[in-house]
Design a protein around this ligand. Structure first.
Ligand SMILES: C[S@@+](CC[C@H](N)C(=O)[O-])C[C@H]1O[C@@H](n2cnc3c(N)ncnc32)[C@H](O)[C@@H]1O
Length: 187
């Protein structure tokens, strides 16, 4: 199993900020959709899914990466967006609807699951275990306190030989920010 940590970046995307995607990917979604992206970068930078592959997105938010994956894997592929914010999932479904006409071929059928991805025992997600060629996450794992549980979900979803491509914010020195240190001590 291959684990790829892309890089660290100081902030999440700001609304309206040009996300870090090449023009051929940005052309697959309307501007109004990429403006809803609040990840930190491009989780496809180290490889795009092939036609027919199955892709899962942990913490998909309003679904820009889901829309891109749906266009890239085509109608014989499969895409799963997981998020615990139902309003964002509704926006993701709408974003998918308005993005689909920009794809060169019919897009994959997409499932959305409203569930926490840091609870590997969650019954709604268990039926998806072992079915994905590529698991991505963009700016979501950094929000999870129990990171081993979040990573366990990524690996549970993957097929043997599957890829995990994570774009996230991370701290590169040993200093724990003041507020976080207090939270660690309390828990
Ligand atoms: C910074 S946003 C990134 C959203 C999306 N990946 C993007 O690039 O626009 C983080 C997302 O993680 C979701 N999230 C945070 N904790 C979660 C959890 N425990 N389970 C599922 N989703 C979670 C939030 O609802 C939010 O949509």
């Amino acid at each position: 199993m291959k684990y790829t940590l892309l890089s660290s970046q100081a902030t999440f995307n700001k609304p309206g900020q040009q996300p870090d995607y090449p023009p051929n990917l940005l052309a697959l979604v309307p501007q109004a959709v990429w403006e809803t992206s609040i990840g930190g970068g491009n989780p496809f930078a180290f490889g795009q899914p092939a036609l027919s592959e199955a892709v899962a997105d942990l913490g998909c938010g309003a679904g820009m990466d889901v829309c891109l994956a749906a266009a890239l894997v085509g109608d014989s592929g499969m895409v799963l967006g997981i998020d615990s914010n139902s309003a964002l999932l509704e926006r993701a479904a709408e974003n998918l609807r308005v993005s689909a006409p920009l794809a060169p071929d019919p897009v994959a059928e997409v499932m959305f699951v409203d569930a926490p991805f840091d609870k590997p025992g969650h019954s709604t997600l268990a039926e998806h275990y072992g079915r994905y060629d590529l698991v991505i996450s963009n700016g979501a794992v950094c929000l999870i306190f129990d990171k081993p549980q979040a990573l366990a979900m990524a690996f549970a979803l993957l097929r043997p030989g599957g890829r995990f491509q994570l774009f996230d914010l991370c701290q590169v020195d040993e200093t724990v920010p003041q507020g976080l240190e207090r939270r660690t001590q309390q828990s």
